[in-house]
Structures are given as C-alpha cells and as structure tokens.
Design a protein around this ligand. Structure first.
Ligand SMILES: C[S@@+](CC[C@H](N)C(=O)[O-])C[C@H]1O[C@@H](n2cnc3c(N)ncnc32)[C@H](O)[C@@H]1O
Length: 600
C-alpha cells in the first residue's frame, strides 16, 4: 500500500478560482531531470493564472541548479527508494523506480486536488492546457487518456507486447499511460493505484509494459477516451502527421527522442526549443550532449533522406488514421473542447470536387498567431548559425525582426540582403574565398512561407541553388557596381537588409542605389552601425549612425561629399520613419541597427 508523502510548507492547493482544483505531476530520476524541468517550465508558461499546481517527483536528489530554475512555484518531492510509502511499491527489475513513482504521485495528489494529471517528460506541450478539460463528464470513471498509437490505424486489437494478458475490453481500447488525467474521488474510491501495484506484484512476468500493462488490466477499457490531441504519439511516423491536426501534446514514443535524434525524425522545433532552454540556463553539459547528438553524420543523412517519404507512406498513414483522428465521440469534444488547432501546411490531400475559388482571406496578426508552433527567427538563427540571433556575435537583431517581419510571414515577400556569410573582405579575407553556407538566407527561406530572396555579395555564392533565391555578385565599393548589379534584381522589394561590409561608404552607396527598388511602406535595414572596418572608411563619409541621427533630428542629411548629400536629400521625403536601435536594446547602448520605412 502507498502512504501519502508528507508535504512541505508552501505546498498549498493552487486554485482559489471556481471549479475543480488541478495538479500536474511528472516523475523522473536524475537521468531525465532537465527534460522534466523543461516540461514543467513550458507547462507553467501556459498557465499564467497559476491554476495548475506543479509537482516534480524524483527518485534521486534534485540538484540545486534545477531547484533554482523551477523556483518556489513547483513542489519538489524527493522519494528515496527506501522512503516510507515507496519501499513497497511493486518494482519490476527492468523498469526504473521513477516509472512506478507515478502511482505514488497520483495516490498523494488525489487526496489534495480534484483533478490530477500525470505526464511523462518525453512530451512537448505545443499549446493549450489540461485545464481545458475542466468540463469532462466523468460518471464513475477515474482515468481519462488517449488510446495507444497501436490502435489508431483501425486495427481492432492492440498489438502491444503485453496483449496476451489483456482482458477483453482492454484489448479493444488500450490506453497509453504517458498522459493520465485523473478524477481524484473516483480514483481513490476505486483504489486504482494500489490495485495496479498489486497486479504488478502478482504478475511480474506478464507486465511487459510495466505500469501501462497494469493500468490497462485494472481499468479493462473503463476509462474516458480523449482525442489524440492530449497525447499525440510519434511512433510509426505519426509525428509527421502532427501538422495535419495541430495537437496540444506530442509524445515522443519509441527510442528516438528529440534530444537524441540523429535521424531528424522529429520536427526541429522541439530540439531547438530545448537547446534554447538549456542555453538560457547555462546547462552546458546537457546542451553539449544535445548538440552532439544532433550532429548529422553520413549514415544518418541516408536515414533522413529515407524519411523524405518518397513512397507516400505518410499519406497512407494519414488515410488509415483519419477515421480515428476525426471521431466525434471523444470525451473532450463532448465537453465542448475543440480537439485540434489550426494547421499550417500539412500533407497534400487529393483535390476535392471543383468549386468556386474561395476569396482570399484578409490576413490579420490574430489569425497568424493561432497556427501551429513555427520557429521564430531567433530559433532559426541558432539553427543556421547566423549572428543575427544569439549565436556567434549574438547581435540579437532577430528579437526586433520577429516583430517587424511577422506581418510578412505568410505573404509572398521579396527580400534583398546584401552580405551573405561572415568571413569576407570585411574580416580581411579575399573576396574569392571559398563560401560554404548562407546562414541568413536559409533562415529567411524557412521563416517566410513564400519568399523570394535576392542575395548580393562580393564573394561567390552562385553554387547555392534554390528556386526562391537569386544571387547577384557585386563589390559595393563603387556606386556604379551596385547600379549595374541592380539591373538583375528580382525587384521590387518589401525588405532590404544591408549586412555586407558595414563600411560607411558601402552603406551609403547601398542605400542610394537600392532605395528605388523598395516598395512603398517597405523596410530598409542597416546592420552593425557600431562597427566599421577601418580600411574601407573614406574621408568625408560620416559614420552611418551619426548621419541617421542627424536625419532624425533635422529631417535632412549632412555628408562630406556634396553630390552624395544631394542624392540622399532627394530620397529624404520618401523616408517615413528612421529609427536606430541601441545595443542590447538598452537606452545607454550604442546605435546598432537602423530601420527606415519608405512612405506609402
Ligand atoms: C557579416 S557577413 C554577412 C552575414 C550574413 N548576412 C549572416 O547573417 O550570416 C558580411 C558579408 O559581406 C560581404 N562583403 C564584404 N565586403 C563586401 C563588398 N565590398 N561588397 C559586397 N559584399 C561584401 C562578405 O563577403 C560577407 O559575405
């Protein structure tokens, strides 16, 4: 029998709002501790009102660094193997103590809260909250959850390793134990936790899937079935189907987890978010392990290619699973909760009967916000190694760009970038150096749903082939060069970014020779105003930061070369606003990046 744990001071029931009080628990040992902390952080971020009380049960001591990250709002319960109430928990030799800890957590917390959620930590909360399940019609059922992925494609019986011991109803309706939503009163009155443990103790050989086998045998199909939105299992390729339904919780079932996913099976958004979390909290050891695990080698590359799905396996998986995904009798639907979110992209679907062309929907920021999680520019900068975000020089421009470019994200945007890969003449290297990557261009191509990018550089990037990319080679050291290169531009542009040599003359030439290709309302951005390579500076050319400051104050340009001053002042009336953003976005910082908008 499990005894409840003594609770610490401060461990109070969180909700004072009307409705049931909810708690959420994860149970791990030291091996999965950062994943647990990451999961809890996301869950807390999705619960700004603090209605969900968060618990971390750990069968090992929790290091101070993790305690600090979690702070006082997460109750940490350390349970030693021999602690009272845990010593008799039914162990199986091949599962960790933490696996069984979930029964103890549920037994504890169902005494204090009306509803308790147990979640594995190989789960990523994409959106939403368990609190949306407030209105479930429980009857006398104790557990709500999601059918195991083995039963999604219409096969009548669970094809799991423990199928031989399952009672009849459990075979037809087999629960995946990764997410358990529990009605406390029913759970306790039916003594579910102790019955599961007794089952394991009496049938250790039969419990091939440990706690999951026990739960299915004890519940025998008598559980409330939720849509897969609450536990979208990725096994067998179902991870790739996420984008067709936009579920809330994705469960990385099977051996490949996002933090050890050399085959790039999972959408990179998960590993990138985890890396960002580890970086933000200076958790260098797990970060190094994650980065090493994600480095793609030759063998893995072949696997990635295989997963490109040339045989249309995913389409078949989707066709087989659709009847299940779109069932209308899930308990969450009955409680008035929409199971799936808006989707972006998805798999190709066969064309339907021809009908009138739908009118193009007006894009609003609100609509765009509802979509499935997509990488921010800050995440993409880390992915492609651009210093516009927080890797390398860590200029942090992507914080600004994420806001500025958001309205363009789903638009057929045309963007010109001058300067494509660090390491050219601005760093003292030959313009004929070997170039190897286009970090920022790759980032734009992924960020914008349908963009066309023109890239200009003194070095050769003509090897980079992408139907949405055009390369123009040009040395910006002379205005005529840019004017000549511009003849080939796929203009006009919505956005122009000067991230080339950063030399003042080049910045002035770039502005003068490309401004006319900017659309009305378009944005012209000049990066790295704080750093000019001295060898390209010229007499009479003010620093661009000072020149723009003067313009902000007087609405006219001052320049040491009269013809350039005249040309700048000729475009001045077309400049709607000119901002410079300071280093680290702090008032005392030096100007780093300028944004000019062309009048409409
Ligand atoms: C800071 S890097 C660009 C970084 C890139 N945009 C990114 O975010 O990863 C500067 C680029 O400017 C190019 N460059 C340097 N001098 C130039 C010149 N005179 N004309 C045109 N491009 C130049 C370099 O070859 C280099 O690719």
């Amino acid at each position: 029998m499990i005894d409840p744990s003594p609770h610490r001071a401060g461990d109070t029931v969180a909700s004072t709002l009307a409705g049931p009080c909810w708690a959420l628990a994860v149970c791990v040992d030291a091996n999965l501790i950062w994943q647990a902390v990451f999961f809890l952080q996301r869950s807390r971020a999705n619960d700004p009102a603090g209605r969900l009380a968060h618990y971390l049960y750990c069968s090992d001591p929790v290091a101070p660094v993790y305690r600090d990250i979690l702070g006082p709002d997460v109750t940490i319960v350390e349970v030693a193997d021999d602690s009272p109430g845990f010593a008799d928990v039914g162990y199986l030799p091949y599962v960790t103590a933490a696996t069984m800890l979930r029964f103890k957590a549920l037994q504890d917390l169902t005494q204090r809260y009306d509803r308790v959620v147990y979640s594995d930590v190989d789960i990523y909360q994409r959106r939403g909250s368990f609190l949306e399940l407030d209105g479930l019609a429980w009857g006398d059922l104790a557990v709500a959850g999601v059918r195991d992925v083995s039963g999604w494609a219409g096969s009548r019986h669970a094809r799991t390793a423990d199928r031989k011991v399952l009672p009849a109803h459990a075979r037809d309706k087999y629960l995946n134990a990764g997410v358990l939503v529990v009605h406390s009163a029913n759970f306790r009155s039916r003594d579910i936790a102790n019955r599961c443990l007794s089952f394991i103790a009496a049938n250790p050989e039969d419990c091939a899937l440990a706690d999951q086998t026990a739960l299915n045998c004890v519940l025998d199909g008598a559980w409330l079935e939720l849509s897969p939105s609450w536990n979208w299992q990725t096994a067998k390729g179902h991870g790739a189907l996420c984008k067709t339904r936009n579920p809330r919780f994705v469960h990385f079932t099977g051996p490949r987890k996002p933090w050890a996913d050399k085959t790039r099976l999972h959408d990179e958004i998960y590993a990138t978010a985890m890396a960002e979390f580890l970086r933000a909290h200076a958790l260098s050891e797990p970060l190094a392990a994650l980065e090493a695990a994600l480095a793609v080698g030759g063998r893995e590359k072949r696997l990635v290619e295989k997963q490109a799905d040339p045989d249309g396996k995913l389409a078949k998986l989707l066709a087989d699973g659709t009847a299940y995904f779109d069932r209308s009798d899930f308990a969450d639907i009955a409680a008035g909760v929409a199971p799936y979110g808006d989707t972006i992209g998805g798999l190709p679907t066969p064309p339907g009967p021809a009908g009138p062309e739908p009118a193009p929907a007006a894009i609003s920021i609100h609509d765009q916000n509802k979509g499935a999680p997509r990488m921010t520019l800050t995440q993409l900068a880390a992915k492609y190694d651009s210093d516009k975000g927080f890797v390398k020089e860590a200029h942090g421009y992507t914080w600004l760009y994420d806001m500025l470019f958001f309205p363009y994200r789903n638009q057929p945007v045309r963007l010109l970038e001058m300067g494509l890969q660090i390491g050219g003449p601005e760093q003292g290297h030959s313009p004929d150096r070997e170039t190897t990557a286009l970090p920022s261009v790759s980032m734009w191509l992924e960020f914008f749903e349908s963009a066309h990018i023109t890239g200009l550089d003194i070095s050769d990037f003509s090897w980079f082939e992408n139907e949405n990319f055009q390369f123009v080679r040009c040395d910006m050291d002379a205005r005529e060069n840019i004017a000549k290169a511009a003849e080939a531009f796929a203009a006009p542009f919505d956005i122009i970014i000067d991230d080339a040599s950063h030399a003042s003359p080049h910045q002035h030439f770039g502005l003068l020779e490309t401004w006319r290709f900017l659309k009305p309302g378009g944005l012209y951005i000049i990066e790295d105003l704080h750093w000019q390579p001295r060898r390209f500076e010229r007499k009479g050319f003010p620093k661009t930061a000072n020149m723009i400051k003067e313009f902000q104050e007087t609405r006219s340009f001052k320049h040491g070369h009269p013809e350039i001053q005249d040309d700048l002042n000729a475009i001045a009336p077309e400049i709607g606003f000119a901002y410079t953003f300071p280093e680290r976005f702090r008032p005392e910082g030096r100007p780093k990046v300028a944004v000019l908008q062309k009048t409409f």
